[in-house]
Design a protein around this ligand. Structure first.
Ligand code: ADP
Length: 583
């Protein structure tokens, strides 16, 4: 947490120094000046019966109080500025870091913990910072001022106060540090709640269709109960500290009263000295009540700080690999033809056995290469490897004869247009969804993309055409319409390689045939990779690769495969049978 705060507070060093100076001034006014004035009222006004002095001292106290008020406003402004700046930067950095992750890293961290780290954990740091800049800065200065004042008046009473105070702080810090594991466990339970809420909301239709509401509610209630228990446990480890510290300090005050009265009897202290000290103590105990509350915040914020630091300091895998294993070279000519070549590529998701094994093929530019195979045979995985969403374990993938690891990853992705299996629609206008925030995309290109993807028909029915707003996840469109919008986005991007991952599955046969024809025309001269489940989608591809449990079972045109690939024949037979049965 300290290193996170150091990193982000650096920029606000001027404001922090200003804040400390104003807080110090405020404390000096409140203690030395106002309370000092009070002592003098007793000594020179009350004891000597000098009402003029009391009146003048009263006016001075009023001015000091006004000054203290101005200081409060100034520190509030400065601390608000610092806190807002730090938390905005922290959240931005977390968000950018998350965006830089590869799919593998998303898997490793888990989406729910990434969400909690960028939201709830940042809030913990924000809460600590607000309190630190407003109260924490004030308390040490106030405590030091009061200690100095008591020391000046009576050294014995100061010793009692000082020893008790140090002992109380030690207790608070010791038990606070011991509670950190419990707060770590609590944050993990909060991660689980985020995960369940996300699952429940994004899968609300499946939950309802399968009448699983009760089960889901039970799961969420269970996770809530776990978090509740973890919260009670973690807080029970520190919540007794506030009353305990007050009891100890109040006992110290009793002891001070006792010793003070003995000193008074022995003539070692005057009444005015004792009255002033008692006044200081009332003030001291009042402000001390805030200390345990602040110290309680530290373990929670420390856990959040650790989680945020872990996220921010994480080196994304592709960068690590580029730095350690390969020299990052941006190929001189860049991607021109877009020819993709797989050479004995092997890959397995972390901890799992190989999902694809010894894959070798070439997708020529200007040609369509289709990949077909049963579900789970590794088709999407192959596409993800081209984009470097995952890093292959062995082998080589070349684009225009150069390893994809030699291309800058952003450049590589800028030359590939990818239509994902599940269309992702953003809550924005249709236009922004299509151009994907690329200002360079021309209107003609958008129109051509809409036409080729058969999205124009959908567009005509939308109230504001391209300016129509999409709801979250594109829920105001049907599955097929979402797929067409996603296709339009893919076509609107000017790339060398186009990847379509089973993107025609929700289209009816007529729309699919028309879209395929237009897409073929539009992407003339480009490298097209097309994943499909249905043979009808890829029948006219220049090359078809048949994938079976991560291995290539056959390669060739539709005609060649029908003659010599057993797996392809089986798929063909099944699909012809299903189609005939369907009729
Ligand atoms: P296909 O596209 O042919 O249906 P995929 O490439 O999506 O198949 O998946 C191939 C295999 O890899 C499957 O067995 C699947 O369970 C596994 N798999 C896919 N994605 C992941 C992932 N993110 N983590 C672990 N295993 C995965």
């Amino acid at each position: 947490m300290i290193s996170i705060l150091k990193r982000y507070l650096k920029k606000y060093i001027g404001e922090i120094i200003g804040n400390i100076a104003i807080v110090a001034a405020q404390m000096v006014i409140q203690t030395f000046l106002i309370i000092g004035e009070m002592q003098r009222i007793i000594d020179f006004g009350v004891v000597e019966g000098n009402f003029d002095y009391i009146l003048h001292a009263g006016i001075r106290m009023l001015v000091f109080t006004l000054l203290a008020g101005v200081c409060t406003v100034a520190t509030s402004y400065l601390s608000a500025k610092i806190v807002a700046g730090v938390t905005t930067a922290l959240r931005n950095d977390c968000f950018h870091k998350v965006l830089s992750f590869s799919a593998q890293e998303y898997n490793e961290f888990g989406i729910s913990t990434l969400m909690t780290r960028t939201s709830a954990d940042c809030v913990q740091i924000q809460i600590l910072l607000i309190n630190f800049l407003r109260s924490c800065l004030m308390l040490p200065i106030l405590i030091v001022c009061i200690m100095i004042l008591v020391f000046r008046v009576n050294v014995t009473l100061f010793s009692v106060l000082f020893v008790t105070f140090i002992f109380t702080i030690f207790l608070l810090v010791y038990f606070g540090a011991k509670s950190s594991d419990a707060f770590e466990a609590l944050q993990c339970k909060v991660d689980r709640i985020s995960l369940l809420v996300k699952e429940k909301l994004s899968g609300v239709r499946s939950v309802r269709a399968f009448r699983n509401e009760e089960l889901e509610e039970k799961k969420l209630a269970g996770a809530n109960e776990d978090a509740y228990n973890a919260s009670i446990y973690a807080n029970s480890k520190i919540n007794f500290l506030a009353p305990l510290s007050l009891v100890i300090m109040n006992w110290a005050v009793v002891v001070i009263y006792f010793i003070g009265s003995k000193q008074l009897q022995a003539g070692m202290a005057s009444i005015s000295d004792l009255l002033v000290i008692f006044q200081y103590l009332t003030y001291f105990i009042g402000s001390l009540a805030a200390v345990p509350i602040l110290i309680n915040m530290i373990p929670k914020a420390a856990v959040s700080g650790r989680r945020i630091k872990e996220l921010l300091d994480y080196e994304p895998e592709e960068k690590q690999k580029t730095v350690t294993k390969y020299e990052p070279v941006l190929c001189a000519n860049g991607i021109t033809e877009g020819e993709v070549e797989f050479k004995h590529v092997i890959f397995g998701y972390s901890g799992a056995t190989d999902v694809i094994a010894d894959i070798s093929f070439t997708a020529m530019s200007g040609k369509t290469t289709a990949i077909i195979g049963t579900t789970g045979s590794g088709k999407t995985t192959i596409m993800n490897l081209i984009l470097r969403l995952y890093e292959m374990t062995f082998g080589e993938i070349l684009i225009d004869g150069k390893s994809i690891r030699d291309y800058d990853v952003d450049y590589l992705r800028s030359r590939i247009s990818y239509a994902t299996q599940k269309p992702m629609i953003f809550q924005d206008t249709v236009y922004n969804n299509i151009v994907s925030y690329n200002a360079a995309c021309s209107k003609e290109r958008v129109e051509a993309a809409c036409d080729a993807s058969e999205f124009t028909q959908v567009l005509e029915k939308l109230p504001n055409g391209l300016e129509s707003e999409m709801s979250q996840g594109g829920m105001n469109l049907s599955g097929g319409q979402r797929q067409r919008l996603s296709l339009a986005r893919t076509l609107a991007k000017d790339a060398a390689i186009y990847i379509f991952d089973d993107t025609f599955s929700a289209l009816d046969a007529k729309t699919e045939a028309s879209a395929r024809k237009k897409i073929k025309e539009m992407l003339k001269g480009k490298t097209v990779l097309m994943v499909a489940q249905k043979i009808s989608t890829i029948v006219d591809a220049d090359q078809i690769i048949v994938l079976d449990r991560g291995r290539i079972a056959g390669k060739g045109t539709h005609k060649e495969l029908l003659e010599n690939c057993k797996e392809y024949q089986e798929i063909y037979k099944t699909q012809c049978y299903v189609e005939k049965e369907g009729m």
